[in-house]
Design a binder for this molecule. Structure first.
Ligand code: SF4
Length: 273
């Protein structure tokens, strides 16, 4: 069975590589796709649907939309599209938008609080629908932007994992678009005639947000260095811990000796393992 277009073939290849590299989907999985109606989540749903029909393993899918309660959010378009394509679908209406206004602290951005609240809802629904994995539409651009956001503004050298087990061990979050660019995801969602809708929240598209600034910075760099995003993504798979300053990765000699002697292991060493 061939792919519908070269773009679909390219994305399917990248997603298959991500699935293989990080063991994202296994035989018998029930994948719950977080479907906001944005280009990325549509692209993810579409490519997983294509791969499901071709994969040598069997897995099922259900799309789940968390409605934050913003006026004008066209969740009706999402449900109609899923029904039309025969995709199992569920929508959860919430008051997350109002909650953000009530509890947002100065130290937190609306998007990080929003992501945390939505994640909580997704975890609950995952249990209800019997999902074994939760698939999110973060793509390559999200990974490198998050890396720079943490580096520039949070004093941390981290991005996000392609596969994450929740703190309580009950959920596995996967990001199959890790090797797929935002531009490809957008083009694929459009070419697949999926209705791309906005989240309708007041901060969406706010150009003063740090993420928007990072996007501009990367776009500027790409003019001179088109491979800059690929290089950053490769860097995430090629970490030289001994060339960083984190003592958990590169302990001082006395801490290392204590650990090797089998004595009480100092906290920094324990936390780093
Ligand atoms: S733009 Fe709005 S809906 Fe999207 S993550 Fe940020 S706060 Fe949430």
């Amino acid at each position: 069975m061939s792919y519908a277009t070269p773009l679909e073939a390219r994305i399917a290849k990248k997603v298959t590589k991500a699935i293989t590299d990080y063991n994202l989907i296994e035989d018998g999985d029930r994948i719950m796709v977080g479907l906001s109606g944005g280009k990325d989540s549509w692209a993810l749903m579409q490519v997983l649907d294509v791969l499901q029909k071709r994969a040598p393993i069997r897995f099922s899918m259900i799309a789940v939309t968390v409605d934050s309660g913003y006026r004008g959010y066209r969740h009706d378009l999402i449900s109609r599209t899923c029904e039309g394509r025969g995709w199992e679908y569920r929508i959860q209406h919430t008051g997350i938008g109002e909650t953000i206004e009530d509890i947002l602290e100065a130290s937190e951005t609306p998007c990080s609080l929003c992501a945390r609240l939505r994640r909580g809802v997704l975890y609950r629904i995952a249990k209800e629908v019997g999902a074994t994995k939760i698939a999110l539409g973060h793509h390559m651009d999200d990974f490198v932007e998050t890396l720079l956001l943490n580096l520039f503004f949070q004093g941390a050298l981290k991005a996000m994992p392609a596969r994450l087990v929740s703190d309580n061990g009950e959920h596995v979050v996967i990001r199959p678009l890790v090797y797929t660019s935002e531009a490809d995801a957008r083009d694929y969602a459009k070419a697949s005639q999926l209705p791309i809708i906005g989240c309708c929240c007041p901060v969406c598209g706010d150009l003063s947000l740090q993420r928007q600034r990072i996007k501009r910075l990367i776009a500027e760099l790409e003019v001179e260095h088109p491979e800059v995003k690929n290089s950053m993504l490769r860097a995430l798979t090629n970490v030289a811990g001994r060339h960083l300053l984190d003592k958990r990765l590169n302990p001082l000699p006395e801490l290392r000796e204590a650990a090797l002697a089998g004595g009480a292991v100092p906290l920094p060493l324990r936390r780093g393992r």
